[in-house]
Write a protein that binds this ligand. Structure first.
Ligand SMILES: Cc1cc2nc3c(=O)[nH]c(=O)nc-3n(C[C@H](O)[C@H](O)[C@H](O)COP(=O)(O)OP(=O)(O)OC[C@H]3O[C@@H](n4cnc5c(N)ncnc54)[C@H](O)[C@@H]3O)c2cc1C
Length: 403
């Protein structure tokens, strides 16, 4: 079922096909089986699930047809709705590879880079994004990792931080400064770094949830051949915008569907269970009112996502559309998980494990609430999104910036 797909009028039939596939292929009881497993088992499970989706033509539907995607947008929407409704595992490990790395290679890579990496990603190559540094997060252009020209390549020195999935990554999307004298956005280059290169030290960071999903990366005289440069030297800032733009559109649509299905379902189920006083919290009109409020907000989120995807597809997106959706999604996720933790009460704090492949909605509310903060920070914090909406969306005066 890969390659060019059927037209939009067959969408109903396609939905039935996906439903049947979900019933046959989603591993029964995966949530229980994956709760509390070690990193190795998590990685093996993620890779096996990715290959299952790939065999069906569902792993990279958003890629161009020539690389194994080409699914019409209407069918992609159906696919994500059905995967969410059937509570399929999430593609946590392959996320950066299939979205950020692929978008960057397709927009700015050479033919050789695309041929080398896109098929390898389908075979399971894992990628990490090495942008942030201890002194460069929101102000990414302040990064100080250097790449010095030497012979037919570059020698890289510096430190990256918060690199999600780096401990399992085969390749890294790396930003480094190649011209220390240029204005800060103009002296940056974009590289593809083989994580097996000598001089790389990856150190996992222990999170409040007990997981170690992201890492520090130390780079000590790491050599990158010239073939690893994406775009031109000193023009990496422009290429980085392709990477950062990868979270628009379909990824948000999937996240909204997941929150509206598993997320909301767990919330209602938690409220329907007997509470501390014996009666289920759902019988309290204030609780029912909050749930109704969330359902309304989820309907709004789905509408926003659909609009974002359709406008993106039609080439009529506004400069702040993606920021509106990201801001609304991440703060709704936070409100819902906070409410879940409140309703579940002290018991939620005793749940110290959740299935890593569930993403941000596992029903282990305290962990889900802590994890929800993962969305208000990366890819531009909520404050940065508000600035974008104010300046680019509403045309308010710009805040002063350097560089
Ligand atoms: C779960 C998670 C995963 C991540 N994964 C990756 C990854 O894979 N690769 C990677 O490279 N990075 C990753 N990051 C890093 C992420 O991109 C940065 O954390 C983010 O850009 C914020 O930078 P910072 O942490 O340095 O905070 P800072 O930029 O120091 O911000 C601190 C606070 O100041 C506010 N602030 C800063 N500047 C302004 C401003 N101009 N106006 C108003 N408020 C401002 C921020 O909103 C924030 O509240 C990840 C982060 C998280 C939390």
């Amino acid at each position: 079922m890969t390659g060019a797909r059927r037209t939009a009028q067959d969408v109903g039939e396609f939905r039935a096909e996906v439903r049947e596939w979900c019933r046959e292929h989603i591993p029964a009881g995966w949530r229980e089986a994956q709760t509390g497993v070690g990193e190795e088992e998590f990685v093996a499970f993620q890779k096996a699930w990715f290959q299952e989706l790939r065999r069906a033509g569902f792993a990279v539907p958003h890629w161009p047809a020539e690389w194994g995607g080409g699914m019409p947008v209407a069918e992609q929407i159906v696919l994500y709705q059905e995967l969410a409704a059937h509570d399929a595992p999430r593609l946590v490990l392959a996320f950066v590879a299939i979205h950020h790395a692929a978008a960057t290679l397709l927009a700015a890579g050479t033919d050789e880079q695309r041929r080398r990496h896109l098929p390898a990603i389908l075979d399971g190559e894992i990628w990490v994004q090495g942008f942030s540094e201890p002194g460069a997060g929101s102000d990414l252009a302040a990064l100080s990792t250097t790449a010095r020209r030497q012979g037919d390549g570059y020698v890289v020195n510096g430190q990256k931080v918060w690199a999600s999935g780096a401990a399992h990554a085969d390749w890294c999307l790396l930003l480094a400064r190649t011209d220390p004298d240029a204005p800060k956005r103009r002296g940056i280059s974009y590289f593809l770094l083989d994580m097996g290169t000598p001089g790389i030290d990856v150190r996992p960071v222990r999170q409040a949830t007990g997981e170690s999903h992201f890492c520090e990366i130390f780079l000590d005289d790491v050599v990158i051949p010239r073939t690893g440069l994406v775009g031109r030297e000193n023009e990496g800032w422009r290429v980085a915008q392709e990477t950062l733009g990868a979270e628009r559109g379909m990824t948000m649509l999937e996240l909204a569907e997941r929150l509206g299905n598993a997320g909301f379902r767990w919330l209602v189920e938690t409220c329907a269970r007997s509470g501390l006083s014996g009666a289920p919290p759902l019988e309290d009109p204030l609780v029912a009112d909050r749930l109704a409020g969330f359902e309304t907000e989820l309907t709004a989120l789905r509408a926003l996502c659909r609009d974002l995807v359709e406008r993106h597809d039609a080439g009529t997106s506004g400069p702040a559309d993606a920021s509106v959706v990201k801001l609304f999604y991440s703060e709704l996720l936070q409100r819902m998980t906070a409410f879940g933790a409140e309703i579940a009460g002290p018991a939620a704090h005793a749940e110290l494990r959740k299935p890593l492949s569930s993403g941000w909605e596992s029903g282990a509310w305290a962990l889900d609430f802590i994890g929800s903060w993962e969305w208000t920070i990366p890819g531009g914090t909520s404050e940065i999104q508000r600035t974008i909406i104010g300046e680019r969306g509403l045309g308010l005066p710009r805040e002063s910036r350097s560089g």
